[in-house]
Design a binder for this molecule. Structure first.
Ligand SMILES: Cc1cc2nc3c(=O)[nH]c(=O)nc-3n(C[C@H](O)[C@H](O)[C@H](O)COP(=O)(O)OP(=O)(O)OC[C@H]3O[C@@H](n4cnc5c(N)ncnc54)[C@H](O)[C@@H]3O)c2cc1C
Ligand code: SF4
Length: 316
C-alpha cells in the first residue's frame, strides 16, 4: 500500500492553499471515484485534502434568478431540491439516472464533474493506456471499443466522459466557479470545462493543478419540456451507452446535449437549429464528424433514435 497523508480542511482558503503547496495532493469529496482509483494505484496522491467540512454544501438563489450549487452538495440532495425539480428538471432526472442511491448520497457536485472515464483499459493496469500512462498507447483502438466515443476522438484516446449530471449541466449552460491557491477566482462556462483528448488525454479539464471547484451556477430557468433519456445495457446501475439531455420548447426549438459519445458532454448549437426539422436532421449535424469504430458504429443510429424518442415525448 502507498502511504499518504490526510488533512481535513477548515475553510475554502485553507484547502486551496494546501493544494497550492503540494503538487502531489488531491482533494477528496465523497471519495466514490478517487478511492477506487487509489486502490488500483491509478491515482497516487501523497496527500489528501478533505473538503467536506468547508461550507460548500448549500444551494442558493443567485441575484439574477439562477441557482448556485455548492461543490459539496450531494447528488441525492441536488436531485431532490424543490427548485431543481421545478425549474431544472433535466438536472434532477440526469442525476437520478446515475449510479445508485447509496453512491448518490456520497457523490458531490464537483466530484461528479471530475469523475474519470470508465474505459476498461484505463482500469486495467496491465494494459497500455495513454490516459493512465501518457505515451504508453491506447488499448481500446483496435481492442474492445463498444462503449467508447464516436466523435471528438484522437489517435491517442477514444474514451468517453461517464457523467450523467454533466450532460444536464451542459444543456443548461452551467458555469463552474473555482478558486486557485493564490486566492484568485474563475468562472468557467461548462462548454469550456472538459477537454477533448487530443494528444494529452490525461488532461481532462481546463482546471489548473490545485485549482478547486467551489460551486456550479445555473442561469435563470429556461422552461420547456426537460427530458433525460439514458440507454444502457441494463435498466439501472450502469453507465450510458448513449444519453440525451434535452430542453424542448413548445415551438419545437430547444437544446440537446448527448452523453456516451465523446470525451466531453457533446453539444452542437448548429444541430439545435435543425430540431424543428426533426430528430434525424438534428442528429445528422450533431454527429457530422463521427468516426466510430466497427464495434460502436451502432451508437450513431442510437443517438438519432434516442433523440427521436425524446422529441416525440416532448411533443406529448
Ligand atoms: C459502481 C458505480 C457506478 C456509478 N454509476 C454512475 C452513473 O451511472 N452515472 C454517473 O454519472 N456516475 C456514476 N458513478 C460515478 C459517481 O457519480 C462518481 O464517482 C461521483 O459523482 C464522484 O463524486 P465524489 O464526490 O465521490 O468524488 P471523489 O471521488 O471524492 O473525487 C473525484 C475527483 O474530483 C476531485 N474533486 C472532488 N471535489 C473537488 C473540488 N471541490 N474541487 C476540485 N476537485 C475536486 C477529486 O480530487 C477527484 O479527482 C458511479 C460510480 C460507481 C462507483
Ligand atoms: S481509450 Fe483512452 S482511457 Fe481507454 S485505453 Fe485508450 S487512452 Fe486509455
Amino acid at each position: 500500500m502507498r502511504a499518504f497523508t490526510y488533512e481535513r480542511a477548515s475553510s475554502v482558503e485553507a484547502a486551496a492553499k494546501a493544494a497550492a503547496s503540494n503538487p502531489e495532493a488531491k482533494f477528496i469529496a465523497g471519495g466514490t471515484n478517487l478511492l477506487d482509483l487509489m486502490k488500483l494505484e491509478i491515482e497516487t496522491p501523497t496527500h489528501l485534502i478533505d473538503v467536506n467540512d468547508i461550507g460548500l454544501d448549500k444551494i442558493e438563489p443567485t441575484q439574477d434568478g439562477g441557482l448556485r450549487i455548492g461543490a459539496l452538495v450531494r447528488n441525492t440532495d441536488l436531485a431532490a431540491h424543490e427548485t431543481v425539480r421545478r425549474d431544472y428538471g433535466l438536472l434532477s432526472r440526469a442525476l437520478l439516472a446515475g449510479a445508485s442511491g447509496q453512491l448518490r448520497n456520497k457523490a458531490s457536485t464537483a466530484g461528479n464533474l471530475l469523475q474519470r472515464t470508465r474505459c476498461p483499459y484505463f482500469y486495467d493496469t496491465n494494459q497500455p493506456c495513454n490516459k493512465r500512462q501518457p505515451g504508453s498507447g491506447c488499448s481500446a483502438i483496435g481492442g474492445f471499443s463498444r462503449q467508447h466515443a464516436v466523435i471528438g476522438t484522437s489517435e491517442a484516446c477514444i474514451a468517453t466522459n461517464p457523467s450523467d449530471m454533466a450532460i444536464a449541466m451542459r444543456a443548461l449552460d452551467a458555469v463552474v466557479e473555482t478558486v486557485k491557491g493564490d486566492g484568485s477566482r474563475r468562472a468557467i462556462p461548462i462548454a469550456d470545462f472538459h477537454r477533448l483528448p487530443g494528444d494529452t488525454p490525461h488532461i481532462e479539464t481546463v482546471l489548473e493543478p490545485g485549482e478547486m471547484i467551489t460551486a456550479v451556477v445555473l442561469p435563470p430557468p429556461i422552461g420547456g419540456r426537460q427530458i433525460y433519456r439514458k440507454v444502457r445495457d441494463r435498466a439501472s446501475y450502469a453507465f450510458a451507452l448513449v444519453s440525451v439531455g434535452a430542453v424542448i420548447q413548445s415551438n419545437g426549438t430547444g437544446r440537446i446535449a448527448v452523453g456516451g459519445v465523446a470525451h466531453k458532454p457533446w453539444r452542437v448549437e448548429a444541430a439545435e437549429a435543425e430540431l424543428p426539422n426533426g430528430a434525424r436532421a438534428a442528429a445528422h449535424v450533431l454527429l457530422a464528424d463521427a468516426r466510430p469504430t466497427e464495434e460502436n458504429r451502432f451508437k450513431v443510429e442510437l443517438v438519432e433514435r434516442t433523440l427521436a424518442a425524446v422529441v416525440s415525448e416532448a411533443r406529448g
